[in-house]
Design a protein around this ligand. Sequence first.
Ligand SMILES: *[C@@H]1O[C@H](CO)[C@@H](O)[C@H](O)[C@H]1NC(C)=O
Ligand SMILES: *[C@@H]1O[C@H](CO)[C@@H](O)[C@H](O)[C@H]1NC(C)=O
Ligand SMILES: *[C@@H]1O[C@H](CO)[C@@H](O)[C@H](O)[C@H]1NC(C)=O
Ligand SMILES: *[C@@H]1O[C@H](CO)[C@@H](O)[C@H](O)[C@H]1NC(C)=O
Ligand SMILES: *[C@@H]1O[C@H](CO)[C@@H](O)[C@H](O)[C@H]1NC(C)=O
Ligand SMILES: *[C@@H]1O[C@H](CO)[C@@H](O)[C@H](O)[C@H]1NC(C)=O
Ligand SMILES: *[C@@H]1O[C@H](CO)[C@@H](O)[C@H](O)[C@H]1NC(C)=O
Length: 805
Amino acid sequence: MAFTVRLLLFSSLFLLPVSVFAQTNGGIAVGDSLTATAASSSSWLSPSGDFAFGFSPLGRNDLFLLSIWYAKIPDRTIVWYNGAAVAPEGSTVFLIDDSGLVLTNPQGDELWKSETGAGIVAQGVMNDTGNFVLQDINSESLWETFNNPTDTLLPGQTLERGGKLFSRQSVTNYSKGVFQLFLQPDGNLVINTINFVTHFANEPYYATDTGTVAGSEGKELVFNVSGYLYVLRENGGKYNLAVGKAVSARDNYIRATLTFDGIFAQYYHPKNFTGNVSWTILWSEPDDICQRNREYSGVGVCGYNSICTLRRDKRPTCGCPKGFSLLDPNNPYRGCKPDFIQGCEEDELSGTKYLYDVEVLTNTDWPTSDYVQLKPFTAERCNESCFKDCLCAVAIFRSETCWKKKLPLSNGRVDVSLNSQAFIKVRKDNSTLQFPPMPNPDDKKTKKKSSNTLIRVESIILAASIFVSFMFSAAACPGFFFVFRKKHVRSIDNILDSNLHSFSYQVLREATNGFTEELGRGAFGVVYKGTIQIGSGVQVAVKKLNGVIQDGEKEFKTELRVIGKTHHKNLVCLVGYCDEGQHRLLVYEFLSKGTLASFLFADTKPSWTQRIEIACGVAKGLLYLHEECCTQVIHCDIKPQNILLDDYYTARISDFGLAKLLMMNQSHTHTAIRGTKGYVAPEWFRNMPITAKVDVYSFGVVLLEIICCRRSVDADNSREERAILTDWVYDCYRGGMLDAVLVLDNEVQALDDRMKPEKLVMIAIWCIQDDPSLRPTMRKVVQMLEGVVEVHVPPCPSPYTPRTS
Ligand SMILES: *[C@@H]1O[C@H](CO)[C@@H](O)[C@H](O)[C@H]1NC(C)=O
Ligand SMILES: *[C@@H]1O[C@H](CO)[C@@H](O)[C@H](O)[C@H]1NC(C)=O
Ligand SMILES: *[C@@H]1O[C@H](CO)[C@@H](O)[C@H](O)[C@H]1NC(C)=O
Ligand SMILES: *[C@@H]1O[C@H](CO)[C@@H](O)[C@H](O)[C@H]1NC(C)=O
Ligand SMILES: *[C@@H]1O[C@H](CO)[C@@H](O)[C@H](O)[C@H]1NC(C)=O
Ligand SMILES: *[C@@H]1O[C@H](CO)[C@@H](O)[C@H](O)[C@H]1NC(C)=O
Ligand SMILES: *[C@@H]1O[C@H](CO)[C@@H](O)[C@H](O)[C@H]1NC(C)=O
């Protein structure tokens, strides 16, 4: 292919007349070409000589850009360029009848070409409007630069729905930048930033809102020849981008450009000028790019962790707060990275006051990154509270309110009207890093921990990824902020690990309206719905524990500490507790979508994809409990009633840690299902050691329930062989008749291999092996679910039990 192109190019080079000199009639013949050379800047001019098409030198490395510019203005202002295909010196652009414009490097390799569809090019025209058009024999347009815009629109040019402008990287680097102007398919004209890695478009920071009202949606963005820029609506109406601002299009060159720093601006330059005249901005949008525009959010124009300052010319300057540095030193719009990462364990070992300083910035805010709001508060307490909180990166204080924020910070900006203070935690210079005096020099354990800390400080970078995932899991408890009048709280300091709040019984009785609305009841106690009154009120689920805690106060606190330290997006978040006399209560976040049981066994079956997501979520939550949190937690009671769903139907395991907390006699609790097969692993009845594998067993049962949308034990089932789900599924699997047990929807056909029902059944059968050593670990289960490891054919789960078929 490349070879034929090369051959074709050389043949056209020799057979056809070659013109490397400037044209004046605007028409360019097929076979003409231009070569990029530093010495002579040949180009194709429009009839008036206003616009030129050709190679623009990029100022260094002998690189050139195929482009269109104003030919009569001394400072080259480029209005169109061919994407990012930078051409080395000696590159050539040809006009070829069946390929249009073809750009090749000196070796003859094709770098870029225009599209011409099926048409045959008769000539190219450099129009006085600044449009380069490829025409066929009937002067019909086959391709034009106006339909392939880059960062600039010219009078006479329109942008259709779906059309985009892209910013360049910097004034002199024409590679694609992070901003786009987009006339969305719904007719709304927006400007937003594009994530550089994923290409995901963030929420717009400017929008014309011409996409909502039927009939008046935007049809196209018009830059008419008089120099007015407006969104033309379907009903013929206009949305003017700038009202009442215009200059004469006859006397001025006019252009509208999406600048490298994210502003969409209209510029003019007098055509008849003498001396040192340059472009003037007529108007620009948005008015203040540093502020979030109405409801639009996203990351902000400066990227994460940065601070945006608006200059007098309404353009942004991006900078990093102390303790942060630019992600890309050459591009301040990519955001900032922290120079250090704080870790809770490290903070605890070394003590925050040895690790951090506090930097104060006035009138600076990151309005969208807070995880907690404290009110009424003083500035000192706000500083203090963030300083001691290992999740807190920055606290903002203003009008008696303290907002604690986590990384990454977004939409940072300076705004003098805020009258706020920002307390930023900055790691002390590592060279002056001190460690706390040993509380007891003879304590071997303390010594060992401190030396670990030294190593940890040096491997901060390695910890970064762990930290980020921790941050995300910590965000699993959003929206909880507690400020109480003092009398309701035993002591604001009487909290465990600063994450858990201690409530008085009285507060919880009021919150639950006297324990009236019951959400559910289980082995560990009854759960009531409640609302904790602060501002608008926060909904919680209050669990009244029954059963006696054998070691009393101390044991309760120890176990709470373990539960309170768990943070994972697939676990229900424990918010606080009450430990008053004989009252033992746990306060959890309230999850709106109820239990997996009610979701799964309802009349309308949830979709296959949704169910798979839930199964993966449960598996990951269990993996975390077994292997990833600081103390291993064996749940012992995994079943659909203990798995809750949040607003987004994410599975959240509840009641973990309670088995140990309540020192339960497990076999006693489950007498109802002893002898039949429920969720309980056979070890419970066989005097075998209880390990994390009991949860794997229960997970296997739950996975089958998810796959089949039915309960594991269905005593009412008219066909006896179907009463026990695990047996029935295995029989069907072995007999190759899985269709009988699966509840599938239409989407399943389209699913990739990872989600195939038979594979999930095989995973479940591995989990329900009678022999615990044959069951995979939860890590292996997650890997199998994610398709990372192969799933082998499972053996019969209970080889020593007589089977019916
Ligand atoms: C240039 O474009 C204008 C507007 O589209 C058109 O009227 C004119 O004929 C074009 N000129 C040439 C030489 O094609
Ligand atoms: C433009 O920036 C990109 C990304 O930073 C870089 O890869 C490229 O080399 C730059 N181009 C020029 C001509 O400097
Ligand atoms: C361009 O648009 C402006 C504003 O809508 C209008 O007043 C003017 O007549 C238009 N010019 C042309 C040539 O259509
Ligand atoms: C251009 O400027 C010169 C000097 O300022 C003036 O004499 C001339 O009339 C101008 N021409 C036009 C077309 O405005
Ligand atoms: C033109 O003006 C700009 C500022 O307006 C200045 O920076 C530049 O040096 C001037 N150039 C000449 C050649 O006078
Ligand atoms: C913030 O709190 C820290 C820790 O107590 C203290 O060292 C620092 O001086 C405080 N800064 C301000 C401005 O209050
Ligand atoms: C301190 O940090 C600098 C740069 O961040 C690093 O080069 C240096 O090795 C560090 N010193 C110690 C003792 O960790």
